[in-house]
Design a protein around this ligand. Structure first.
Ligand code: SF4
Length: 460
């Protein structure tokens, strides 16, 4: 009912977005910054922006998200926010004592033309940055890109502003992590440990946004990559970037600054992407894939073949972030499902190219679009024209799912009305099992709900 005005007539739009399939850049920058140990993200703009970014992350992770703001009022909005930021840096180091302040800009400060590099240098010249403490910065104007761009910009800033090289290579591999859940980052570290590979994963939000309840409030939880480990990424032998939108820019920056070669892989959601990630990690580190991981692969494959009859030919509409949708689409194709409508609000040419290559001859007629006009309204219109058996995406998809009475799996960012995403990994073979189980769960629930009395089966 909520979306009763959505019509099936798709009109070409150029300057109108209705219910965007993305959110704003600084949210991504704030999330990435939380992946450094002892870091306080700082929003250079008005209090309203900062409150929105914090509340979105808090609602998704069900954890208190700390961040500071330059608290722009009328004066700063007209004359620039340099004085506010320099004062803020001084106050934050005095009162909250972080190891790092990670400053990101906002629409307002970018429109005024504030130069974060120059302001942070002034703070340093004025002695506002104590010995051994750090301020990094990333431009995140939200009138372009999306939260994914903001995440990538902050991860790139970490590489550019922390990585050092003393010319002696260390026996370690960098993983420039694309936007993943804390549980996914934990799983990547487990997989690397299982393979006996030392990795430097950054950003790393595990044990920050999924920190255990101990009864004591800890301002800076124990997780996050340390500044020393971030510095050492410049001496690693290789970097694997996970996700060409959110992970690759940091790997490029490391290569440029410290000559660390890199290869970009998809975030390992599903069977094929995990195969490629493990293969690249094993080659880069010169180790074999252990039997324990081969067993996990076998278990996922077993479920995929056992349950093929439920997956086969089911039409899927999915929306969200490109680095999630690319491997997810591939996994759906591996499951013999048919992704027919795919939408991402994040711009970038490589999205459609990759999706089309994955769909190939299997679903050549699929609707695929990304960028500002690739919104939830368009997705709903496509679904009205060609109904689907399943919708996969973030919480905002629940309106379409309810309106059209379609099974719905929550996946991506933000998920505001469920838990689990930050605790159970979606990456790796075990993560693939979880995604498959979630899809099967809603499809079989629907089959049960709609089955006539005589074919309502106990064993399916
Ligand atoms: S879109 Fe711009 S103005 Fe709105 S919350 Fe994000 S940074 Fe602030």
């Amino acid at each position: 009912m909520l979306l009763r005005h959505t019509t099936p007539d798709v009109m070409e739009r150029q300057a109108l977005t209705i219910n965007p399939a993305k959110t704003c850049q600084p949210i991504g920058a704030m999330y990435a910054a939380l992946g450094i140990h002892g870091c306080l993200p700082h929003s250079h703009g008005s209090q309203g922006c900062c409150s929105y970014h914090r509340s979105t992350l808090t609602r998704h992770y069900k954890e208190p998200v700390m961040a500071a703001t330059s608290s722009f009022t009328e004066g700063a909005s007209v004359f620039g926010g340099q004085a506010n930021l320099v004062q803020a840096i001084n106050n934050i180091f005095t009162v909250y004592e972080p190891d790092v302040i990670a400053v990101h800009s906002t629409c307002l400060s970018e429109t005024i033309g504030d130069d974060l590099q120059q302001i942070c240098k002034k703070a340093s010249d004025d002695g506002k940055i104590p010995e051994g403490k750090h301020v990094i910065y990333a431009p995140t104007p939200s009138f372009v890109g999306s939260h994914v761009t903001g995440y990538a910009n902050m991860a790139q800033a970490m590489a550019e502003q922390f990585a050092e090289s003393n010319g002696e290579k260390l026996n370690q591999i960098n993983i420039a992590a694309g936007w993943m859940e804390p549980s996914d980052m934990r799983e990547i570290k487990r997989i690397a440990k299982e393979m006996g590979v030392t990795i430097r994963l950054f950003p790393d939000t595990s044990d920050v946004l999924d920190a255990p309840q101990t009864g004591k409030h800890v301002f800076y939880p124990k997780g996050g990559i340390s500044v020393d480990d971030l510095k050492s990424t410049g001496d690693s032998t290789f970097t694997i970037a996970l996700g060409c939108f959110s992970g690759e820019p940091a790997a490029i920056a490391l290569d440029k600054k410290c000559k660390v070669p890199f290869q970009t892989e998809d975030i390992p959601f599903g069977l094929s992407a995990t195969d490629r990630f493990l293969s690249t990690l094993s080659k880069a580190a010169g180790v074999k894939i252990p039997e324990s991981l081969a067993d996990e692969r076998g278990r996922l494959l077993d479920v995929m073949t056992d349950m093929e009859q439920y997956f086969h030919g089911r039409k899927v509409a999915l929306f969200g972030d490109p680095d999630h949708l690319i491997p997810l689409t591939e996994f759906l194709v591996d499951l013999n499902m048919k992704p027919v409508h795919i939408v991402s609000g994040t711009p970038g040419k490589r999205f459609e190219q990759r999706i089309r290559a994955i769909l190939g001859d299997t679903v050549p007629e699929a609707n695929v679009k990304n960028g500002p006009q690739a919104d939830m309204f368009l997705l709903h219109q496509w679904i009205k024209n060609e109904p689907v058996d399943l919708i996969i995406g973030n919480t905002y998809g629940k309106y379409i799912a309810r309106d059209e009475d379609i099974p719905f799996v929550r996946f991506g960012f933000p998920i505001l009305d469920r838990i689990g995403h930050s605790y159970f990994p979606g990456v790796g073979y075990m993560g693939g099992l979880r995604i498959a189980e979630k899809i099967l769960g809603v499809l079989m629930d629907r089959q049960d709900r709609d089955a006539p009395e005589e074919s309502f089966e106990l064993v399916m």
